[in-house]
Design a protein around this ligand. Structure first.
Ligand SMILES: Nc1ncnc2c1ncn2[C@@H]1O[C@H](COP(=O)(O)OP(=O)(O)OP(=O)(O)O)[C@@H](O)[C@H]1O
Length: 383
């Protein structure tokens, strides 16, 4: 994701907006209930804050965007001395809601508007139009209050102090957020254990590997007990072991504490392993909003029926229900729309051909998304 700001400065918590109230905001406790359909109820926070049961209306739209727009004025050089003013519509009448406790993947091609959305959700950028609320807070107007409720991890940029040992960054964050001692200690201990940071606490951040630094960043974003975690490419550049560790931690965080997660990534395995819901954005607009599996059923993607016949035969005639995409001796591969059941096709082939064996292969999610990005009508438009 493009990086137009400096989150390493804790940009969403700039000097003049740093919270001064050591207590959690007054509205904090009122909307702690787990969302209907959320993966798991929120367990008591490690700091000891109680989980409150019973849904409230606020939970249905913990993150809420209504017709949000962001237009950038840019100047483009058109001659030696001439510059023309020009507008980039990075986010275009974007509307969606995220319930408390949901883990939502937010994906799209380069320049789709993902970063811009996250920056508006943190208060770094002010929308040009529309209405945006996180936990009932307008991020642009009350950035400091919101900062107590959110954690942000930018995969491409650290929020840690480069020359300081990891633990010193955490101490600074504790002071910036005025985190009570017991909360800080409990959250740090938990992150150190689950993210395997014990041996790294005294190491200067600049000496950490990318995977170690990322784990350090995730811990930094969670020390103040945020309700929402925005993750921007949290596994970028990590090896498979580090990716697995980060994913495991995030799953645990959501399951045990009900933390709401909005995850931006180009790695679809992150989405497959972590998200119940995915939103696809392109040209600042929502193209799809639903379960990952729903992308398969949306029309253009195809499943493959692999058929083994008794002997090599001409391409199977399915009467238009499927098309033979490959043959190899007695084996044939037939593609059919992902939204359709394989049963009638199998019945027809079994009736007309000497069938020995068969299997169905689901479409590759990467291919489905690539088709969407290419502008084919793969997915139903988001409502
Ligand atoms: N500060 C800015 N000034 C001018 N244009 C900007 C600014 N920030 C973003 N844009 C433009 O807005 C559009 C959306 O950018 P954004 O960074 O939100 O995309 P993205 O989906 O995060 O992309 P990527 O996956 O490549 O990071 C792009 O055309 C980008 O050039």
């Amino acid at each position: 994701m493009a990086d137009h700001t400096r989150p390493s400065d804790h940009a969403y918590l700039s000097d003049h907006t740093r919270p001064t109230d050591p207590a959690r905001p007054a509205d904090h406790a009122g909307d702690r209930a787990p969302a209907p359909g959320a993966p798991a109820p929120r367990a008591p926070a490690v700091s000891g804050a109680p989980a409150v049961s019973g849904a409230s209306a606020a939970d249905d739209a913990f993150i809420c965007l209504e017709g949000v727009e962001k237009v950038f004025d840019v100047r483009r050089r058109t001659g030696l001395l001439r510059r023309e003013k020009h507008q980039v519509r990075a986010v275009d009448t974007l509307s969606f809601t995220v319930r408390r406790g949901e883990v939502v993947g937010y994906i799209g091609p380069n320049g789709a508007g993902k970063s811009t959305t996250i920056k508006m959700l943190t208060g770094i950028l002010t929308p040009s139009g529309g209405r945006l609320r996180v936990a009932g807070i307008d991020p642009a107007r009350e950035r400091a209050r919101l900062a107590r409720r959110i954690g942000v991890v930018f995969g491409q940029r650290t929020t840690l102090w480069w020359d300081l040992p990891l633990v010193d960054s955490y101490r600074l964050i504790r002071r910036m957020y005025r985190i009570p001692d017991d909360t800080y200690r409990a959250n740090l201990d938990r992150c150190v254990e689950l993210l395997e940071l014990a041996d790294l606490l005294d190491v200067p951040v600049r000496q950490l590997s990318l995977g170690q630094r990322m784990r350090g960043d995730i811990a930094a974003a969670l020390l103040h007990d945020p309700d929402v975690l925005y993750l921007d490419e949290p596994t970028i550049g990590l090896d498979v072991v580090s990716k697995a560790r980060v994913r495991r931690f995030l799953r645990d965080l959501n399951t045990r504490r009900g933390t709401t997660v909005l995850l931006t990534t180009h790695d679809l395995t992150d989405i497959e392993q972590l998200c119940h819901r995915v939103m696809v954005i392109d040209h600042g607009r929502l193209m799809y909003d639903g379960p990952l599996a729903g992308l398969h059923e949306s029309g253009a993607s195809e499943r493959t029926l692999v058929v083994d016949l008794e002997r090599e035969m001409p391409p199977i005639d399915t009467g238009g229900a499927a098309r033979v995409v490959r043959t190899e001796g007695p084996r044939q591969w037939l593609a059919f729309p992902a939204g359709r059941s394989a049963a009638p096709l199998v019945a027809r082939i079994a009736a007309d051909y000497p069938l020995v064996d068969l299997s169905v292969r689901e479409p590759d999610i990467e291919a489905v998304i690539a088709e969407m990005y290419a502008g084919r009508p793969t997915a139903r438009p988001a409502s």
